[in-house]
Design a protein around this ligand. Structure first.
Ligand SMILES: Cc1cc2nc3c(=O)[nH]c(=O)nc-3n(C[C@H](O)[C@H](O)[C@H](O)COP(=O)(O)OP(=O)(O)OC[C@H]3O[C@@H](n4cnc5c(N)ncnc54)[C@H](O)[C@@H]3O)c2cc1C
Length: 468
């Protein structure tokens, strides 16, 4: 098994020639720091809105999309499963507007991969299924189904019986669930590289191996200085740097938690996929707060992820947030519990990546002080579809447009603070272990340890939202 930071998808997508680092100073109309999906979709939308605009992306890695954007599970979701929490936080109409925008964004990702651009990123719209795997999860998604009904969009989510769930995928652990029909899967690194390629064709300037060491916002514009000292200046800018926004001097230093998610992928096992009746390509998660997620690939592999990896101290994303043998061992066991036919089958790759978790579990765009720059983060492990929506809003903001995408509720909403380090890390790890222990006991139909159960309730008491 290859256990690396970058994982299977990036290897499968193949090598590309990196773009040179920023050399001479540049002026631009829109400056974007970070070449993950958020930065690249921002550039994409900005080019559509203003084809003449000079758009510059500065990316620290040798190639764009090597962060979570090229390593994720590839679930393309709308945000209907978040509808209850969005309604409670923002009110009915603003929540509905975000639900509609997120659905449009997820479908735009599909259009990008299919007829519009002819991109082969394995896009397959087969629905997203959230299933209960223990009695404690049996009401999974019901609040979102109720909220969608209440807001007049009852067709967005559908309750499915255990019997129905088993017709999608016949795991002995699966009980009833909820289905979001617009859900799809992609090969995430192929999507990132295709987007990068199209942006370059459109004339967007991308500088790779160009870490921004200093970002300054003034009344008349923004300036980014990379580690070599070269600069880019622009009237407006966007920080799309994922979990790095949590770094000590970062714009969201005390608003985010950098957690981690890990994936293992099997050798091709088409006969197992066939036996499970999982040939439809559905994206599936269980109903845990520390979620397990699973999907298939065109050559019949099963990818099995877990969003319960270690929490980073501050924004330190390397190390066990990305490569963690203990987590991968646990995942291998969990995978065989869910899919006993995989016992003894080879796992070819394992990898992980940082999760920019927001206390609300929802992404946010936050203006810096002078309304010349915006930072976007907080996807909490659900960014493949929503980055397109956030990128659309960022594009308008960066072009100084005033349109509907600049009025969505995730812009400059309230984002609670997290405690300072090391208290945040110590508390965060205790809560993670508490939730993991409680959910594991529930899965095995044991009574959870009362201390684990009590610790698992702490985030709720602090007003933090874990799980949808
Ligand atoms: C293992 C895993 C599984 C996941 N599964 C799913 C899933 O199935 N579905 C889903 O919807 N979401 C999933 N996610 C989450 C999803 O991948 C993210 O929400 C999404 O990729 C966020 O994109 P982004 O562009 O905001 O951030 P990133 O992908 O983190 O991109 C930020 C970029 O900024 C660059 N950068 C940082 N600092 C600097 C700097 N100073 N200068 C220049 N560049 C900088 C980074 O190198 C990086 O390329 C998963 C995440 C992980 C880790």
């Amino acid at each position: 098994m290859k256990h690396t930071r970058l994982g299977y998808w990036i290897e499968e997508a193949g090598d590309v020639t990196p773009r040179p680092p920023l050399g001479e100073d540049r002026d631009a109309d829109v400056l974007i720091v970070g070449g993950g999906y958020t930065g690249m979709w921002t550039a994409w939308h900005a080019h559509v809105l203003a084809p003449e605009a000079r758009i510059v992306i500065l990316e620290s890695e040798p190639v764009c999309g090597r962060g979570p954007s090229g390593r994720n599970g590839g679930f393309v979701e709308g945000m209907w499963t978040h509808m209850a929490s969005m309604r409670d936080r923002w009110g009915a109409a603003p929540a509905l507007a975000v639900g509609v925008a997120a659905e449009e964004a997820a479908l735009r990702v599909g259009a990008f991969c299919t007829e519009e651009e002819g991109v082969d990123a394995w896009y397959r719209q087969a629905g997203y299924l959230e299933v209960s795997t223990a009695p404690a999860q049996d009401d999974t998604g019901h609040d979102a189904v109720d909220a969608c009904r209440e807001l007049g969009v009852p067709d967005k989510l559908r309750l499915v019986s255990a019997e129905d769930v088993r017709t999608h995928c016949d795991s002995p652990e699966f009980r009833a669930g909820v289905i979001e029909s617009i859900g799809a899967t992609v090969q995430p690194a192929r999507l990132a590289l295709a987007l990068r390629r199209r942006l370059l064709e459109q004339g967007v300037e991308i500088y790779e191996s160009s870490p921004v060491a200093h970002f300054r916002e003034a009344d008349d514009g923004v300036e980014a200085t990379v580690t070599t000292g070269s600069r880019v200046r622009a009237p407006r800018g966007v920080l799309a740097i994922g979990g790095a926004a949590r770094s000590r001097r970062g714009p969201l230093a005390n608003r985010l938690t950098v957690a981690s998610s890990h994936i293992i992928i099997t050798e091709p096992v088409p006969e197992v996929v066939e036996k499970l009746g999982w040939t439809g390509g559905e994206a599936i998660t269980d109903g845990r707060a520390l979620v397990h997620y699973f999907r298939t690939t065109p050559d019949g592999r099963i990818a099995f992820g877990w969003g319960g990896g270690r929490i980073a101290m501050g924004a330190r994303t390397h190390g066990r947030a990305e490569v963690d043998a203990d987590v991968v061992d646990a995942q291998r066991r969990h995978m065989v519990e869910y899919f006993p036919e995989l016992a003894g089958r080879r796992i070819t790759h394992a990898w992980g990546g940082p999760i920019d978790a927001s206390p609300t579990h929802l992404p946010a765009i936050t203006s810096l002080k002078r309304n010349r720059a915006w930072v976007a983060a907080g996807y909490t492990g659900n960014g493949v579809g929503p980055t397109n929506m956030i990128g659309r809003s960022l594009a308008s903001l960066a072009l100084d447009l005033s349109d509907d995408p600049t009025r969505l509720a995730f812009i400059d909403g309230e984002m609670p603070r997290v405690p300072p380090e090391p208290f945040h890390w110590i508390g965060g790890e205790a809560i993670r272990l508490g939730i993991a222990g409680k959910e594991h006991a529930e899965q095995e139909r044991r009574k959870p340890n009362p201390i684990a159960s009590a610790v698992a309730k702490v985030p709720e008491l602090l007003g933090f939202h874990i799980g949808r």
